[in-house]
Design a protein around this ligand. Sequence first.
Ligand SMILES: [Cu+2]
Length: 70
Amino acid sequence: MSTTQYTVKGMTCGHCVHAVTEEVGAIDGVSDVKVDLGSGALTVTSATEVPFSAIEAAVDEAGDYTVSVA
Ligand SMILES: [Cu+2]
């Protein structure tokens, strides 16, 4: 089990949080996603560590947001 922290910039409301949670949660192997709107913190729990490129692609798919490793 692997838990990794990222920071997402550009989220403005609960809809953004929902979109990011859905897209990142759809990545293969991801079992839990937590998004904090205030801080932009994204916490991803997965069976094995997810490549950052996959996180980036999912966040990009969710909307006009930017993700970085926390
Ligand atoms: Cu929003």
